[in-house]
Design a protein around this ligand. Structure first.
Ligand code: S5P
Length: 257
């Protein structure tokens, strides 16, 4: 089994190289999902979480006071703390529509989010259209291969075909949103949401596992934590705890295999 840094050297996509390298340098496989609705809160969280994270995950369309300055400042903070911005947009439409949603509209996602994601449900041509927009901007994409919510339909054939689709566009698709390690190809990065120390579920179908379960038992690379961190009393302290737990689990996985 290869380290994050060894895997960085095998990648071609610039975002994958940067991400795996900075994970090694900062000793973190923690991504925080900052699902807040005010710009100021988003930027303040980005600043305080910066030292602990490799990826900041946004849902830019839930902000009630979005303006262009939001993303300019977010980019500055990302540069200062050396993390990747991941807009969790989950494109799911035909190629023409998905690529317009990626490049145009109010958000111009392709201009500031080095990483975003798409469902595979619309088929390979939709990913090809997204790639046409994103690759020339040195961006990357994740495919949603599995989900954390109860009763979701992304399993079996759907997941296997999604992995296949990723291989078809591996210069642009650098990994998956998933619940388990899906491929032995070391250039694909596995991201897992639904992470909380307490495990359990929320009242709306979200299912949680611990960092240890996701990294050691399910073999994934990056844990995505939302409410487990941003609703904590001491956000920085909680982020540090998840960062340490995630890193320890990675070291444990490496020496076990
Ligand atoms: O299957 C998924 C895929 C994603 S990207 N399940 C998820 O929960 N997510 C996202 O991860 C979700 O949109 C949210 O932003 C985050 C989980 O948040 P939490 O508060 O439940 O940790």
């Amino acid at each position: 089994m290869l380290t994050y840094l060894e895997r960085a050297k095998l990648c071609n996509n610039p975002v994958a190289i940067k991400l795996l390298s900075l994970m090694d340098a900062k000793k973190t496989n923690l991504s925080v999902s900052v699902d807040v609705t005010r710009k100021e809160e988003l930027l303040s969280l980005a600043n305080s979480l910066g030292p602990s994270i490799c990826v900041l995950k946004t849902h830019i369309d839930i902000l009630e006071d979005f303006d262009n300055e939001t993303v300019t400042m977010l980019q500055q903070i990302a540069k200062q703390h050396n993390f990747i911005i991941f807009e969790d947009r989950k494109f799911a439409d035909i190629g023409n529509t998905a690529s317009l949603q990626y490049e145009k509209g109010i958000y111009h996602i392709a201009d500031w989010a080095q990483l975003t994601n798409a469902h595979s449900v619309a088929g390979a041509d939709s990913i090809a259209s997204l790639k046409k927009v994103g690759l020339q901007k040195n961006n990357a994409m994740l495919l949603v291969a599995e989900m954390s919510s109860q009763g979701n339909l992304a399993h079996g054939y759907y997941t296997a075909e999604t992995v296949q689709m990723a291989s078809q566009y591996s210069d642009f698709v650098i990994g998956f949103i998933c619940q388990h390690k899906l491929t032995e190809n070391p250039t694909f990065i596995h991201f897992t949401p639904g992470i909380k120390f307490s495990g359990g579920e929320d009242a709306q179908g979200q299912q949680y596992r611990t960092p240890h379960q996701a990294i050691v038992e399910a073999g994934i690379d990056i844990i995505i934590v939302g409410r487990g961190i941003y609703t904590a009393t001491s956000i920085q302290h909680e982020a540090k705890k998840y960062q340490e737990a995630g890193w320890e689990a990675y070291l444990q996985k490496m020496s076990l295999l």
